[in-house]
Design a protein around this ligand. Structure first.
Ligand code: PMP
Length: 304
């Protein structure tokens, strides 16, 4: 990083090629720098995608409950947002997805897998069905993908056959690099070329590029906690189900469970016992983030 700091009087590599090559290497699946684009967080990546492929007179569709920024980014780019729905168990079947696409015919589709705030991941058949039916771009937000369970797919596998697919990733979650602000996507090189038309010149600072490259190079150390968190996540799901709670399947680092009553009251009672979890605004449900074994102990104990 010292070289970059010495050269701070100069503009950075506006195409961030070295970083994109490092991210492509991390992703694998035969991807190269030309398939990858990076920006200041996946929020910016997704904003750039909407600036490129949506905007006034166009529509973007997502299946809620899902990540609250998708509609806000649409709004900010003058894109009309269409709030389609997930199934009652927070999953999504190919038939339900395709029926809603047929109804609205959006220009851009957002899928979130594993989904925030529910934790549920999408089967490849759902992503495949959406890609077959959608007329425009399909963005799969995989912010939490490093936490997925064995056997849960990533949409990266579908990239070679689908030039309208974009897989959005971030270093904010599993890498623990939220303060570094680095999000990225993988797609056909033509998508990367198109997004380069809307990005601001030198949008990624030399410091961001250098820090993110260092973090990718140190990924074994930075991702070491992921396995610990997955074990605690599965323990929370298993314990809550054994106690009779309804729990959404989770491939993320958090668990959504039904409290059986007013979630605001349960949230406050947990806080009174020193445990802070999240009320994500879904009536009757709360979301707990998986952390250390001691934190799981404290949460499960307080919930009793
Ligand atoms: N996508 C999802 C599903 C998220 O939950 C978040 C963060 N809450 C983001 C994207 C944005 O992350 P960042 O901009 O830090 O990459």
């Amino acid at each position: 990083m010292q070289g970059e700091l010495r050269d701070l009087n100069r503009y950075p590599d506006r195409d961030a090629v070295a970083l994109r090559a490092a991210l492509a290497d991390y992703l694998g699946h035969g991807l190269v720098a030309a398939n990858v684009w990076a920006a200041n967080g996946s929020n910016e990546v997704q904003q750039q995608l909407l600036q490129t492929f949506a905007g006034p007179g166009r529509t973007a569709l997502g299946f809620g409950p899902s990540y609250s920024m998708h509609p806000l980014l649409a709004q900010g780019t003058g894109t009309r947002w269409i709030g389609a729905l997930r199934d009652p168990d927070f999953g999504l079947t190919p038939d339900a997805a395709v029926a809603q696409l047929d109804e609205h015919d959006p220009d851009v589709v957002f899928l979130c897998s594993p989904n925030n705030p529910t934790g549920t991941a999408l089967d490849s058949t759902v992503v495949g069905a959406v890609l077959e039916r959608a007329r425009g771009m399909v963005v799969v937000d995989e912010a939490y993908t490093e936490f997925r369970r064995a056997g849960t797919p990533t949409a990266l596998e579908l990239l070679p056959q689908h030039p309208r697919l974009v897989v959005s990733r971030t270093m904010s979650k599993a890498f623990g690099f939220a303060g570094g602000r680095l999000g990225y996507f993988a797609a056909d090189p033509a998508v990367v070329d198109a997004v380069q038309l809307v990005r601001l010149p030198y949008h990624l600072s030399a410091i961001t590029q250098a820090a993110a490259r260092a973090a990718v190079a140190q990924r074994d150390a930075l991702l070491a906690n992921v396995e610990v968190i997955k074990v605690q996540r599965d323990r929370i799901v298993g314990t809550l189900r054994a106690r009779g709670f309804r729990v959404a399947d989770s491939d993320a680092n958090f668990v959504l469970f039904e409290v059986g009553g007013d979630q605001k009251i349960v949230w406050q009672r947990l806080l009174d016992r020193g445990v802070l979890i999240r009320d994500v605004g879904l009536p009757g449900w709360l979301r707990v983030t998986a952390g250390t074994p001691a934190e799981t102990d404290a949460f499960l104990e307080a919930l009793t």
